[in-house]
Ligand binder design. Structure first.
Ligand code: MG
Length: 221
């Protein structure tokens, strides 16, 4: 059976991107005319669409007004990140490149499942040199709800894969929740702000991507 592994980016494959993080404040001011404070907003594991709605609603911007300009906001975010991107925005976590290479050699199908909007995810994985590993992706510009990104990743892949052969790999309880809602497998990696205990409801939890053998052993079954 073909197996599809969908990787989260921030806290799983890479460090969080400072430029992407800051771009929320830039976009909210430029497109919606309000000052926001992304640093104090609990955002880990959320989609970019969800973060924008959360930040802007706190500033009393009505949902309808947010929605109206959301594509403009995505374009401003893309422009900001592509103009200001620096190595810290695509710093791979230890062993990420090696794990992807090994999995690809073992014929697993790899994809991205990230809250980042598609152009931001794409520029980061290209800069990190890992774009070649991925056959598909679901992104934070596709939908506000993370679990729905699985459907987008499957649709972009173009071939049907059984849900039991799909694995979401992420660093937050929200990644696990998304996997449950989408009826796919959940793998937790404790390299973000959550430890193995916080992620214990996943089907497999690893400390970091150096636990390659544990991951490969689990995927064999
Ligand atoms: Mg993450």
């Amino acid at each position: 059976m073909e197996k599809l592994l969908l990787f989260d980016i921030d806290g799983t494959l890479m460090e969080e991107s400072p430029t992407h993080t800051y771009s929320f404040n830039y976009v909210c001011e430029k497109i919606y005319g309000v000052k926001t404070d992304i640093e104090s907003f609990p955002r880990h594991g959320m989609t970019d669409t969800g973060i924008l709605y959360g930040l802007l609603k706190k500033q009393n911007i009505p949902e309808i007004a947010i929605k109206k300009k959301i594509n403009e906001a995505f374009r401003a975010m893309e422009e900001y990140v592509s103009t200001n991107i620096k190595p810290a925005d695509y710093a791979l976590l230890n062993n990420a490149d090696h794990v992807l290479k090994t999995l690809k050699e073992k014929k697993y199908v790899l994809g991205i499942l990230t809250g980042n909007i598609q152009p931001v995810a794409t520029i980061r994985i290209k800069k990190a040199g890992i774009e070649k590993y991925f056959a598909t992706g679901g992104y934070g510009s596709d939908d506000i709800i993370r679990s729905k990104l699985v459907d987008y990743a499957m649709e972009r892949y173009g071939k049907s894969i059984q849900k039991s052969g799909i694995y979401l790999i992420g660093d937050t309880p929200l990644d696990i929740k998304a996997a449950r809602e989408a009826s796919v497998n959940a793998i937790g990696v404790a390299t973000g702000m959550y430890d193995t205990n916080d992620l214990k409801s996943a089907d497999l939890v690893i400390e970091n991507l150096k636990d390659e053998n544990k991951l490969l052993e689990y995927l064999k079954n």
